[in-house]
Design a protein around this ligand. Structure first.
Ligand code: SAM
Length: 340
């Protein structure tokens, strides 16, 4: 039975972070030299993830996205995909990855039953990739995108976080690259989430600016009217090419947000900006009954009032969300722990 929160929003979508580890150090997510990691013993097993996904399914979830950290760092990930893909009630099973290990994994993921892949790709320039992600891995990412197409995944998405002075001169190049690989590009506004310790308003390239610049290049752009709770607003160029913009910073979509996040150690978060979550691992490992777990999840969602991105937008003075000194004490506040 689907439940709704205090704002009438149903729970439909669950983002499952399978690890907090990442093999990149993107400037907007992991700019520091050292991190506090989740305890290895606390990481949920695939069986535990399966149980929690099933419980969330009973309160309304029918879409699951595997993320991280970098999900392909989790050993045997196709095993988890196969387990989840066998759930008949799951309408969509997707993966968000930085693509570095995708070339090796794509065929196994497809065979395991993964439906869709989103690859994060902020630049097409190798030297820039190395500067922004602090690893020289663009060739591997491009090979991963190639492999995804070769093994037959449809509806490939490419996600690009755009920031002033870093990659805002690649708006057109990224869009044309997406066209060339049959993918839909989504520009993401730079968010002041935990982990973005260098966030400043001037660095954000807004949806409005992206649209203005693309209009200069391509001519009139049409918004696509569609009923959707997806974070991206989609648009069509005069030549028919479609793309999306996730404007979480300047045009938050809290009102239709139907997603929860599960960290790799089993904390359920109701908002990317939430300062606290609900630990599901402890009761699960303590042997709580199916009914107790179900009531817990149901009660947590029913009490949800979060409108984190809207509250951030309405602030007058806006800088990094969580001070570094606090982040260093609580890994759960980090974007790479929550999963994007
Ligand atoms: N490692 C995987 C990847 O790179 O796609 C999955 C996890 S990553 C945290 C998920 C998404 O969050 C990526 O597309 C990343 O660009 C985005 N992200 C991280 N920090 C962000 C920020 N400060 N603002 C906007 N998007 C951010």
């Amino acid at each position: 039975m689907s439940v709704v929160d205090t704002q009438g929003r149903p729970l439909r979508s669950l983002r499952v972070s399978v690890t907090d580890r990442c093999n990149l150090r993107c400037h907007y997510c992991m700019p520091e030299d050292e991190y506090l990691w989740l305890q290895r013993d606390d990481l949920l097993s695939f069986e535990e993830i399966g149980r929690l996904v099933d419980l969330c399914g009973e309160v309304g979830v029918d879409r699951v996205r595997l993320t991280g950290g970098e999900p392909l760092l989790r050993r045997s990930l196709p095993g988890l995909v196969a387990q989840l893909a066998s759930r008949p009630w799951l309408r969509d099973l997707a993966l968000t990855t930085n693509g570095v290990r995708l070339a090796d994994a794509a065929a196994d993921l497809k065979r395991a039953g993964l439906a869709r892949v989103t690859v994060s790709l902020d630049t097409l320039r190798r030297d820039r990739f190395q500067r922004l992600a602090r690893v020289d891995a663009l060739p591997q990412v491009l090979a991963g995108i190639d492999a995804v197409r070769r093994v037959g995944f449809a509806h490939l998405k490419l996600d690009a976080v755009v920031t002033h002075g870093d990659n805002d001169d690649e708006l057109v190049d990224l869009l044309e690259f997406a066209r060339s690989v049959d993918a839909e590009l989504r520009y993401i506004e730079y968010m002041d989430v935990g982990g973005a310790t260098r966030w400043r308003p001037e660095a954000v390239v807004s949806a409005q600016e992206i649209l203005a610049r693309l209009t200069d290049r391509y001519g009139a752009i049409q918004p696509i009217e569609e009923p959707s709770s997806a974070p991206a607003t989609r648009y069509r160029l005069p030549d028919g090419l479609t793309f999306g913009i996730i404007a979480s910073t300047t045009r938050p979509f809290c009102r239709t947000c139907d997603r929860a996040r599960l960290t790799a150690d089993g904390v359920l978060l109701l908002c990317l900006y939430a300062q606290h979550g609900t630990d599901l691992r402890r009761p699960l490992r303590a042997g709580a009954s199916h009914e107790t777990m179900l009531n817990l999840i149901r009660a947590v969602w029913k009490g949800r009032a979060d409108r984190g991105a809207e509250e951030r937008r309405d602030m007058h003075q806006r800088g990094a969300y969580i001070p570094l000194s606090i982040l260093k004490k609580d890994a759960h506040l980090e974007m790479h722990t929550r999963g994007g």
